[in-house]
Design a protein around this ligand. Structure first.
Ligand code: DGJ
Length: 751
């Protein structure tokens, strides 16, 4: 039973395979949070909640008359409301017609749903497992007649609990939500570190570990999208948690818009974590009987360190977030023309691109920016989703036919939510661009944002995108988003409802994506936002993969893909081999190293194949075949970080099948030194008693191996086999690099 309810003790215990979550209705009707962590017996754990009169923490009126120890300011609760005696960070704030803001929720009822809940118009995890259920706990502010339903999705086998809430206005007055966050998670202790993933354009999801101190630590976005600056996810852990061991809580937001993730450690060392839509620019009007449902949060807990968190998230995102034909299917090896040609191409060049690609074993040709309207640089044309036949020298039908006749499939780039002032769309519908009346809007990449919160704009985009997809018989779409929102205002809503625009914008994007998926069920959509600027579980519900970063320098990619891997599976990370010297950094790296790093992702190339040497072409032919063979292990099994890129010399990682039969180990030297100290890696996920053979797939360097003893060489040539226990405890040393940025990839197979 994953949901245990003790009506007598008024406890609700949610159990997954190895975690438990408990809440309790106390004698005053407050829904206390009493436990989230390791699975325990279902005792009533509220005994551990201490009460004490701690001056300046007030008491609810009727209780305070006789008991000064009971204060909402001190109790661990399931949902934190603003304005009625709890002064810590809050998740829910309501404003009444008279301008006041105070909400006191007490228990009303509960319901168990046999299935995992949905959230109308928003992405949410789903389940086909009949054991996965939903608990709904209803709370009420009796004086204001407001009902709040807390939803808990319990994914028993996956060790995941999801949360969201619905706020219903049952009163006769119109109310305004000023904060409608998705969850509060209270802890009675306070010794936590928090891992967050910060970044910038071309440097997304860098790992930061912060010790939580007294006060509020927060990350968030007010940029209209989740953004590259802070990812909407975190890991809360003990001070001694590492990759393999230690307690950790993982959180990820199933939302692509503005968010606030805040953590407060209070004066008595309690910790409160809250996550939801960023309240800064948010408000939502609820008339009588209207309700609002907040986006979903995914939660997990483990004692197995960061790798435990990552394995749960990777499985969950692959099985319960990503949908459709490409969910578990090997993604096509693609070639994208962006870094190959930028805006400078015509139809003939593209067809030659596709022909070369076919000869190299590549399966999909992706035509990036510049094929539409008057788009010959990044100053004009966005919004005019009509093929530029003059530039292409043919229609989209003809181009699609030519590309497909070479034997590869055809993909195309769009940036739907944007418009250039220099475009027919803007000239015709200036009001569709996001801007404030009588105020010049900010430009970014010389473009404006289209007001996708409007239904007419959504419909325009659906019609135009679908027409191009049908004309070119297109099987892949790259959905880009290259600027942040500001000057937020929509002409479609009245003054008092402008605070709804940013959330409606995100829902508009989701509606368009849902239409495309519905009408083109085999279409593979790759999300993108100047690289990985909108890399979140909301987008992954529609786009099984996301372009991880515009930074294709393999050495820079080490830390980007490393940070991304804490929450997101390798299958979701678009990764391409690009030209050397790299266009972003000027760094020169071996072709092999670019390949090793890109293979730990949805793999492809982003260069002009006509400029390749015959040696490089031969490598691509071999690598494309290799990838097809090992992609299932690389993308869909367990991922371990073996050496972080912060290691002084090398970074290494491993993908291993869940049955421990096959592992693929990749290692890259990012810093070569004279007289190097040996670098060891300890493998993970193997069967201790089984024997394993090691064979190189990439980076077999005869020169490097020749420096080893006979026995050592035989191990790396697969002639001497080692046991899983040995590989996981004694480990392997990495054969020394023969040049800067050398790398290797080897297979470890059970015999
Ligand atoms: C930003 C993307 O991240 C790039 O890959 C490319 O598609 C450009 N936009 C095109 O403008």
């Amino acid at each position: 039973m994953s949901i245990i309810i003790d009506e007598g003790k008024r406890t609700f215990t949610l159990e997954t395979r190895s975690t438990a979550y408990q809440m309790k209705v106390d004698e005053h009707g407050t829904l206390l949070h009493t436990w989230y962590g390791k699975k325990l017996s279902d005792d009533d754990l509220s005994y551990a909640v201490l009460r004490k009169d701690r001056g300046l923490s007030g008491n609810p009126h009727d209780v305070g008359l006789y008991d000064r120890t009971y204060s909402l300011d001190l109790l661990p609760q399931e949902i934190a409301c603003y304005g009625a005696g709890d002064y810590r960070i809050s998740t829910l704030r309501v404003q009444y017609e008279n301008g006041a803001s105070a909400l006191s929720l007490t228990y009303d009822s509960y319901e168990i749903l046999k299935e995992k809940y949905d959230i109308p118009d928003l992405p949410a995890s789903y389940s086909y497992d009949r054991n996965d259920k939903t608990l709904v706990v209803r709370l009420k502010d009796v004086e204001a007649d407001i009902l709040v339903e807390l939803y808990y999705g319990v994914f028993e086998e996956k060790d995941v609990i999801t949360r969201t809430m619905r706020i219903c206005n049952l009163s006769d007055q119109a109310i305004k939500l000023l904060n409608a966050g998705s969850m509060t998670l209270d802890f009675t202790g306070g010794d936590f570190d928090i891992l967050t993933f910060y970044g910038k354009w071309a440097g997304e999801r860098q790992v930061q570990r912060t010790k939580l101190q007294h006060g509020v630590f927060s990350i968030g976005s007010v940029r209209g999208a989740s953004s590259p600056h802070y990812n909407p996810s975190c890991i809360l852990c003990s001070e001694d948690t590492n990759e393999d061991r230690g307690e950790a809580y993982g959180l990820a937001f199933v939302y692509s818009g503005e968010f606030l993730l805040a953590c407060e450690k209070d004066g008595i060392d309690q910790t409160r974590l809250s996550l939801g839509i960023h309240p800064d620019n948010f408000s939502w009007e609820l008339l009588k009987d209207e309700s609002f449902m907040s986006p979903e949060v995914i939660l997990t807990y483990t004692e197995n360190g960061f790798s435990g968190i990552s394995h749960t998230f990777h499985d969950f995102i692959r099985d319960n977030i990503v949908r459709g034909a490409w969910q578990h299917t090997r993604r096509p090896v693609l070639i994208n023309n962006w870094e190959g040609t930028y805006f400078y191409f015509n139809g003939e060049k593209l067809i030659r691109f596709a022909e070369e690609a076919r000869d190299l074993g590549i399966e999909l040709f992706v035509l990036d920016d510049g094929w539409f309207g008057n788009r010959n640089d990044d100053n004009a044309g966005l919004g005019d989703w009509v093929p530029n036949e003059k530039k292409l020298g043919m229609t989209m039908e003809e181009l699609g036919l030519c590309i497909k006749s070479t034997g590869v499939s055809f993909g195309i780039w769009f940036e739907p939510e944007m418009v250039n002032e220099d475009s027919d769309l803007f000239r015709e519908h200036p009001q569709w661009a996001v801007s404030i009346p009588d105020r010049k809007p900010n430009l970014s990449r010389n473009q404006l944002v289209l007001d996708v919160s409007r239904r007419d704009v959504q419909d325009y985009l659906i019609d135009h995108i679908e027409a191009v997809l049908a004309a070119g018989d297109i099987s892949y779409l790259k959905w880009d988003f290259n600027r942040s929102l500001c000057d937020k205002f929509t002409r479609a809503l009245p003054r008092e409802r402008q605070g709804e625009m940013a959330h409606m914008f995100v829902m508009g994007t989701y509606r368009i994506l849902e239409h495309l998926i519905h009408d083109f069920p085999n279409l593979l959509i790759e999300g993108c936002s100047s690289g990985g600027g909108r890399f979140d579980c909301g987008m992954l519900y529609y786009t099984p993969q996301i372009w991880t970063s515009d930074n294709t320098d393999p050495i820079e990619r080490l830390s980007i893909q490393y940070g991304t891997s804490f929450i997101y599976p390798v299958s979701t990370m678009g990764a391409h081999v690009s030209a050397s010297p790299n266009h972003q950094t000027g760094r020169e790296t071996p072709f092999k190293t670019r390949t090793v790093i890109a293979m730990s992702g949805a793999f492809g190339y982003e260069l002009d194949p006509e400029k390749l040497s015959s040696e490089e072409k031969a490598m691509i032919r071999k690598d494309a075949e290799l990838y097809k063979e090992i992609a299932d292990t690389l993308l869909y099994e367990d991922y371990y970080r073996l050496l972080p890129p912060t290691h002084p010399e090398a970074a290494a990682w491993e993908q291993v099948t869940k049955d421990g039969r096959r592992a693929i180990v990749s290692a890259v030297w990012h810093h070569v030194r004279a007289n190097m100290a040996p670098v060891y890696i300890k493998l993970r996920g193997l069967k201790g008693f089984a024997h394993y053979r090691i064979t190189f797939t990439e980076g077999h360097s005869p020169e490097s191996l020749s420096r080893l003893t006979d026995t050592q060489q035989k191990i790396f040539k697969g002639e001497i086999h080692l046991k899983g226990d040995t590989l996981m405890n004694v480990g392997l040393f990495l054969p020394e690099p023969v040049r800067e940025f050398d790398s290797m990839m080897f297979m470890v197979e059970r015999i």
